[in-house]
Structures are given as C-alpha cells and as structure tokens.
Design a protein around this ligand. Structure first.
Ligand code: CAO
Length: 416
C-alpha cells in the first residue's frame, strides 16, 4: 500500500527530542528520513539515561524509529561536499540546532535556497524573533516561558512543570504540521519556504485556554475555579487551578478504593450539568436534585468543596475501574488515573499499535509508543531506530550516487 509521504526525502538534522519527534512522525507517514549525525558521537541522547550498557538508550530508540542513520562531519570540506549533495536530493531539511549553528556550518537559509529552491527548511528554536531568540532552550524552560508552569500546580504552591513534554514533543508536532502545509504549498508554487516552530509559541498555543481566562479576569472572578468557591480573591494573572477542569464544568481528582497504598488509585470526576441528577442518585444525595442551593450550576459554585467531598465519599468505596463502569453508562464523565505500568500492559493499546514492542540488536525487545494518529490508508509498521551510521554506505551510494572510491575518500578524511 502506498504511504502519504512516499517519495518525500527528509534531511534530518535533528537531535534530542523536539526535532526527532517531528521527523519520526514524517517517517511513519512514509517519508524517507535520513538522520545525519556526527561520526563517532551521534545524537547525544543515544548515550543519555542508559539502562543497558553499550546499547542505545530508550530515550534515543523511542524517538528515532523508521529512520536511516548517516554519519557526517559537516564541518570538514568532504562533509560539506556530501551535505551539499544531500540538500539537492532532499525535499525538507529539519533541524533543531542552537540558533545560528546552521549559518556557522555554511548552510543557512540563503545557501539552502541557492542549492535547492524547492527545499523546505524547518526549524525548532526555543524562542521566535525577539529578545530571547539567541537562547538555547530545553523542555522545562519552554514550559516555564510559554505559560504552562505559571498555570499548573496548586494556588498556594510553586509553579509546576507537566510530565507531558509539551515543549519538546509538542513543538515537534507543530513543526510537522508546518512542514506538511509547506509541502502542499510547494505543489502550487514550486518553491520551498522556511518553517519555524518556536517552543515558547507551541507551549502558549497549548495553553490557549489560560490566555482566555486571563482576559476573562477583567469581567470579574473566574467562577468555575475552586478558588472562587473558597472565597479567595483573584490577583492580576490567571492563577494555578490545581485539578480544576479547564472548561465550564467543574471537575476534580478524587480518591478511589486503595488510595492509601496505590499512588494512582484516583479518578477524575466531572460534575457535568447535563447529568447532575444522575450524579445525585449515584452518590446517594437525591435531595440535591431539587434543593435550590445545589440544583443549578451557578448555585453549586460556592458549594463545590462540599459537593466533591460527597462524591469522594462515594468514589472511595469503589476502585477507579468500578467508578468508570458505573458512571460511563450514565454518561457521567470520569477518567481513571492510569499509571505508565497500566498503560504499558493495556491490551487494547497493543491492538491498535499505540503501544508497540520493537526488537533491537543491542538491547533486545523494548516498548515504544507507536503512531498516535491513525489513517485508514496508512498502516504504520514501527521499525527500530538505526544504529549510529548504520546506513551511511547505503545512503552515499544509493541516494547520492557516490562510487566506492568516493566513499573511501570520505572515510579517509573522517567526514563520514
Ligand atoms: N557535524 C559537525 N558539527 C555538528 C554536527 C555534524 N553532523 N551536528 C551538530 N554539529 C555542531 C553544530 O554545528 C554546533 O556547532 P557550533 O556551536 O560550532 O555552531 C554544535 O554541534 C552544537 O550544536 P547545538 O548548539 O545545537 O547543541 P548543544 O548541545 O550545545 O545545544 C540545544 C542543545 C538543544 C540546547 C540546542 O540545540 C537548542 O537550543 N536547540 C533549539 C531548541 C530545541 O530544540 N531545544 C529542545 C531540544 S529537545 O530537548
């Protein structure tokens, strides 16, 4: 079966997490992704958080599936020769070097356009143009600078970063979207273009509802925040909202049976207005259905602590799965807090290919997250990440057409 990105060749100059997330998605859509890495060194994550001595780390293997690895020292004359040819042969160059690194290498945007006007040059940077554009940026820096940390955590605690890698993987997703749009536009214009995804912008995009709340503050307190029910005044900026739900329907994380020993024995429970009467029946508070202090959403706002306390008295008598079994048929929205262990073992995620097992020559079998987006005409087979330089000869000869003598010359010069 053909793949959506069949025939698209990616010069993958990415490293660590943000860029590799993007190129992995493109590989899953069928692009030929050639990961360019420094000879003998490679992507730094190959040797970070090592759990099997001598083997590529899970950090690397889980972000670089379905790619080919070409080693190349782009700072040597022979390396530049090869890179020049690669730029001519590829459709997209994806990179997430520190600002200015590509220019210093001699392959800035102008040079790329001269070599291949159809090339799309896609970059992740920490910040867009402005006072911080020269900064090197990592995940948590982006979470802090993009508004996530200031709005995550509890009102009376410090700002908190989230485990979801919204700065790195989130920006990689944004970049992939930009690349696909640029490829489509190229169909019409015949020209490539620059695509920039700044991590701060990506995080802020994912925190859009918090900027919504920032503006709503002008109209008065944010009544759906528990802080309102607790009678605590709001300050000038969107506060941290703990586990309050982000929409207009109050929600909290509540203890379930076993919470004393199991750190994940919790459920998210939303008191959605449409099912309020069913909630009252389930938790044994039928009198709240008619009581004017509880019957309508505005009336409930000052009583949310009491209401969630009563719901928790009920959820604590059930496991998180029992809560789900009881509430789902009644359309009461609940979400069990699933641990990584539970997700790794969940059969339905294995069946859909969202969790996959790969085999690796150095480390043996390992689990990974497969393609999270399913297309009916693109059945993704996740293949293991490449060893450092595994495809160097193959790419040099098959893609770039170099002879055995040329390849020997590049090796002799330490360029590949
Ligand atoms: N051949 C020769 N040189 C190479 C090379 C190759 N194949 N690949 C990389 N290099 C060189 C770069 O040209 C650069 O050299 P100069 O400093 O002389 O220009 C050098 O390696 C280091 O690159 P870097 O600055 O990108 O790497 P770093 O480890 O110092 O910084 C990071 C890492 C992530 C902070 C930085 O790349 C960055 O800010 N990237 C943009 C934002 C981003 O993606 N951050 C998230 C990373 S995922 O957590």
């Amino acid at each position: 079966m053909s793949k959506p990105l069949d025939g698209i060749r990616i010069l993958d100059f990415t490293h660590v997490q943000s860029g590799p997330t993007c190129t992995q998605l493109l590989a899953w859509m069928g692009a030929d992704v050639i990961k360019v890495e420094r000879p003998g060194v490679g992507d730094a994550t190959r040797k970070q958080l090592v759990d099997v001595e001598g083997a590529d780390s899970l950090y690397f293997t889980m972000l670089n599936h379905n790619k080919r690895s070409l080693t190349l020292n782009s700072k040597t004359p022979e390396g530049k020769e090869v890179l020049t040819k690669l730029v001519k042969e590829c459709d997209v160059l994806v990179e997430n070097f520190a600002p200015g690194a590509l220019d210093r290498m001699g392959f800035g945007w102008e040079a790329i356009q001269d070599l291949n006007p159809r090339m799309i040059m896609a970059s992740v940077k920490g910040f867009g143009p402005g006072p911080y554009e020269e900064c090197k940026v990592y995940e948590n820096v982006a979470q802090c600078a993009g508004g996530s940390a200031s709005t995550t955590g509890f009102r009376d605690g410090v700002p908190v970063v989230t485990g979801a890698q919204i700065g790195d993987s989130g920006t990689g997703l944004h970049l992939a979207f930009g690349i696909l749009a640029a490829l489509l536009q190229r169909e019409k214009t015949g020209r490539g273009q620059r695509v920039l995804a700044a991590m701060q912008d990506g995080v802020l995009n994912l925190c859009r509802v918090k900027l919504r709340d920032q503006q709503r503050l002008k109209a008065g307190p944010l009544k759906e925040y528990s802080q309102f029910g607790e009678g605590i005044p709001f300050g000038e900026a969107t506060p941290r909202a703990g586990n309050d739900s982000g929409g207009g329907q109050p929600g909290r994380i509540l203890k379930c049976k076993g919470w004393e020993t199991d750190p994940d024995a919790y459920t998210y429970f939303i008191t959605q207005a449409a099912v309020w009467e069913k909630i009252c029946d389930v938790i044994g508070k039928p009198e709240w259905k008619e009581d004017p202090d509880y019957a309508t959403p505005p009336a409930r706002l000052p009583h949310l602590n009491e209401i969630f306390g009563a719901i928790e008295d009920w959820t604590m008598t059930k496991t998180k799965y029992e809560v789900m079994e009881i509430c789902n048929p009644l359309d009461i929205p609940v979400g069990p807090i699933l641990s990584m262990k539970e997700l790794a073992e969940e059969p339905s995620l294995r069946e859909t290919g969202t969790i996959v097992e790969c085999d690796h020559p150095e480390r043996g079998p390992y689990l990974s997250v497969g393609c999270p987006v399913k297309l009916s005409d693109n059945d993704v087979t996740v293949t293991r990440s490449p060893l450092l330089g595994e495809h160097t000869d193959e790419v040099l000869s098959e893609v770039l057409g170099y002879s055995a003598e040329d390849i020997a010359r590049f090796k002799q010069a330490g360029a590949v």
